[in-house]
Design a protein around this ligand. Sequence first.
Ligand SMILES: [Fe+2]
Ligand SMILES: [Fe+2]
Length: 265
Amino acid sequence: MQSPHLNPFIFYATASASFLESRVETYVENLEAVFAGEQGILAWLRDIWLPEESEHGRLLKNYVEGTWPRFDWNRGFTLFSTRYIPRCDHSRLRPSPGLEALARCVTETGASMIYRCIGAYAIDPELKALMRRISTDEVRHFRHFRDIHQHYDRTERRTFLCKAHIMLARALLVRSEDLALSFEPLNGSWNGAAPFIPWSYADFLAGTARVMQAHFPHEQAARMLTSPLRTRSIASRYATSILAALVNRQFLNFGDSCTRSYRKQ
Ligand SMILES: [Fe+2]
Ligand SMILES: [Fe+2]
């Protein structure tokens, strides 16, 4: 049975997730501008969401440092932050609070599904338990952002096409930008050699696609993605289920257009 420290997929997946989770303060600063004046939402972001996401970052960092002591996490995180923070500026946020909350529903669904897949693939009981814990939190975050979206949607009344565009675009960003930037510093942040043959970004995408396709919980992902969208008629339910399938495909097809978009940068 292969030890987790010899498994490149486990290293790249947990290290990149640890970077993305540890930047939650940046996400909160951005969201505070979007939800300015909404005291209930601001309090939840600061008092619940931020500490829980920070804890995910801390737990993942501990796992990475404990499993790969020669990996310099702080060096990698500094490099990642230098590239990632400028990409998080306000101009890149969605055009209204309701749509921003909807985009966050996609992010939380994607995170929850990725952690579920890593947990199902992993052999190490410590990692399995960690993935289960974080994934459960992400589902709770998803529900909160869904409620925020539906609260705003009563007045914003965006069309289905507008929401579909937001959801697909956010799912694409998970693949083409978040993951790419968090991968970038990983191979250059070792003191000495890694205990496995280093992967290229294309190798990582192919490995992620294999794990996701083997373990992806399709039904739960579809349920989560359709639930923010109120659907009454049979036609709108049908359209919503097609949208969920398209978003899921963005999460699953790590090996194709994501590689192309990364190479263009
Ligand atoms: Fe998280
Ligand atoms: Fe979350």
